[in-house]
Ligand binder design. Sequence first.
Ligand code: PGA
Length: 262
Amino acid sequence: MGGSRRKFVAGNWKMNLNLTEGAALARALAQQVGRLDDVTVGICPPFVYLKAVADAVRGSRIVVGAQNMCTESKGAFTGEISGQMLLDVGCTHVILGHSERRHVYGEPDGLINDKVLKALADGLKPILCVGEKIEERKAGRTNVVVGRQIMAGLAGVAGEQMAAVTIAYEPVWAIGTGLNATSEQAQEVHAAIRALLARLYDGAVADALVIQYGGSVKADNAAELMGMPDVDGALVGGASLKAEAFVPIVQAGRTAGGCCGA
Ligand code: PGA
């Protein structure tokens, strides 16, 4: 377990930076970690900076993702962005069901599932985020909540489509709080997610699935978290906004777990 999955470290910029800062950060990352082939590096900027970021990392191995998308292809959906539009500006990935979409904007599991299915149909690779609130953890319901989010989010996704899917386990109480899950807490949930995927699909799908951890990942906890056998990378918010903070996390992803990559 864990040895054959290349780690995937992605920055979720959320609603931060401006055009100049975003393009400069993307250029810096392309220069510093853009040629690594033993870890996948991703950048997920706000919609309006996607093209600038994609242009800045062109020719490197860095992948670009959006933070959300619409379930529809085109038409009268004011304020929405389609999967085809994301592809058009150089995106390959899209974060779906992030905790802030679920809990600030009220996105339910069914809508997130529609987005996952549409992303896959469009040829985008979804990063499906799941995670429990603190009261759910305290009530011992973490695996129930995460399991429900995964079963609902992946409803109708075929086994062969799962190669394009990443799951990000992001406990809500750890996001932006500076209070990360311990490596043991993360490992426990990641292992439960992988076991669930083995039941929903099969052992091969479960074994190949990349499960990122997200929630206050920083340079000083990244290696320990990604050193756990079922923690296959990180989805990084705050610490992805500066190259000095993000590059060491990427470097930790290269070596953590003694993974061979490729
Ligand atoms: P954080 O955010 O690293 O700032 O906690 C992670 C995320 O929300 O993806």
